[in-house]
Design a protein around this ligand. Structure first.
Ligand code: NDP
Length: 452
């Protein structure tokens, strides 16, 4: 994180002090808690019963934190050891729900920040799902399919005892896509001797997965941008869209932006970004990233209208709409100022917490429409909940029906955030609105269920 955190109102300052004292080496977790506390302070002040019941104090402490050893053998026969995590943050609204991330940067702070965010995001979807996150510091890049399989099997050999369709339902995230979900689900099925479809979402559509789940997070971020633009009487047609990342979220944000008449001009990975003024070629990007697992520079090598910019972020390219869809804190205050100078109208976060606090403040001060990840990328988990419903009822919905449902859910999330911001005197502030609307649902459920 590049920014210092601002002082909080007295009503929540003590809670934050406890969080920093109890979790001293966890900057991402502190950053996520700070943002939520800042937004919900007026709600806490208006509802003394929440303070009396210790709602916020309980909410910032995970219900359960699981850390475990993941030993596996690489193709050369060498034993490797990674660390696995599952943070089961809140089950007040439903079974724990949230993705698994495999990336070398994964640590307790990152998984806790993601699990904390997930509580409010999931509440915002209006579906009965709690908040969790998990993963490992395992790096899948450059690993063979056999190594990925052995790692996934070892990971699940420990985690399975904490999962189940009524207990905790993981999904994918960075480094965990269809291939990994297949291996993880297979191992769970073998160990438990149960074909329990609803214990994992993001499954292949041939074996219990839902249509549109793969596309849902990226599509949802574009739908959210569309909703925000509508409030200003604007549309996506003809707009230049800057996207970061080239993984699951980025690819389908680019695809949907193109379908709706916008021109997505950038994509990136950790080596740099490509800019293509003719519009990113979705088929080429999918071939490179989903099939060949190539670096993004290869896109420019195969596409004459594109150029590759090494070790840089795409925010220096002038666009109307920005969709950060790679990772946390990938868009800082300087990047935000570059986007503002380029005339950006809206930012919809496809990734979780991609914008630093300084970037969010700069964008909001410049009256740029800003959709936080909690709201703008909630389409993924909302569609996961639809997958759980289909698994429970053994039904299969069509692609078009599922996409229509996703669109309605995103419109509802936008409406809930917009409305909550208005009720608390912060019109158009989707950060405050999303946090408040999610918190209200969680807090009322916690109040009803007693001190547990
Ligand atoms: P993928 O693994 O499919 O793709 C991640 C992309 O981001 C890759 O292009 C990767 O590049 C890039 N990236 C990752 N870490 C970094 C980094 N430190 N610096 C620069 N680039 C980086 O992940 P997803 O698309 O699934 O997830 C992207 C974001 O969206 C994450 O924040 C995730 O939490 C969030 N999200 C995902 C959901 C989903 O349904 N998948 C749901 C809601 C949120 P490289 O290959 O070079 O590492």
């Amino acid at each position: 994180m590049t920014d210092t955190l601002t002082a909080l109102p007295a009503s929540v300052a003590d809670v934050f002090e406890t969080v920093t004292a109890r979790n001293p080496h966890e900057p991402e977790f502190q950053q996520a808690v700070h943002e939520v506390l800042h937004s919900i302070a007026p709600v806490v002040e208006r509802h003394p019963e929440f303070s009396d019941a210790g709602i916020v104090e309980r909410l910032v402490e995970p219900e359960r934190q699981i850390m475990f050893r993941v030993p596996w053998v690489d193709d050369a026969g060498q034993v490797r050891v990674n660390r696995g995590y599952r943070i089961q943050f809140s089950s007040v609204l439903g079974p724990y729900k949230g993705g698994l991330r495999f990336h070398p940067s994964v640590n307790l702070s990152i998984i806790k920040f993601l699990g904390f965010e997930q509580i409010f995001k999931n509440a915002l979807t209006g579906q009965g799902i709690g908040g969790a996150k998990g993963g490992s510091d395992f790096d899948p890049h450059g690993r063979s399919d056999a190594e990925i399989m052995r790692f996934c099997q070892s990971f699940m050999s420990e985690l399975y005892r904490h999962l189940g369709e009524h207990t905790d339902v993981p999904a994918g995230d960075i480094g965990v896509g269809g291939r990994e979900i297949g291996f993880l689900f297979g191992q769970y099925r073998k160990i438990t001797n149960r074909h329990e479809s609803g214990m994992f979402t993001g499954k292949g559509v041939q074996w219990g997965g839902a249509e549109v789940r793969t596309e849902a997070t990226g599509y949802g971020a574009v739908f959210f941008a569309e909703e925000m633009l509508r409030v200003r009487g604007e549309s996506l047609a003809g707009k230049r869209v800057g996207v970061s990342g080239s993984g699951n979220v980025a690819i389908y944000a680019i695809a949907k932006a193109r379908q709706l008449g916008a021109v997505p001009v950038t994509a990136s990975d950790s080596s740099g970004y490509v800019v293509d003024d003719d519009g990113i070629d979705v088929d080429l990007l999918r071939q490179l990233k989903e099939v060949e697992r190539a670096r993004i520079s290869e896109y420019a090598a195969r596409r004459p209208s594109a150029r590759f910019v090494e070790r840089a972020r795409p925010w220096e390219v002038a666009v109307d709409i920005a969709i950060p869809a790679a990772t946390q804190n990938e868009l800082d205050e300087d990047d935000a100022r570059a986007l503002i100078a380029g005339g950006v109208l809206a930012v919809a976060e496809g990734a979780n917490m991609p914008s630093t606090p300084g970037a969010v403040a700069a964008l909001q001060e410049a009256s740029v429409l800003f959709g936080p990840g909690k709201a703008a990328n909630a389409g993924g988990v909302a569609t996961s909940a639809l997958e759980m419903s289909q698994n429970a009822s053994r039904q299969r919905w069509s692609f078009d029906d599922s996409e229509q449902k996703l669109r309605e859910i995103i419109a509802d999330i936008h409406g809930a955030a917009f409305d909550a911001a208005g009720r608390y005197g912060r019109p158009g502030d989707y950060v405050a609105g999303a946090n408040i609307a999610g918190f209200e649902r969680v807090a009322h459920a916690m109040l009803a269920q007693g001190v547990i």
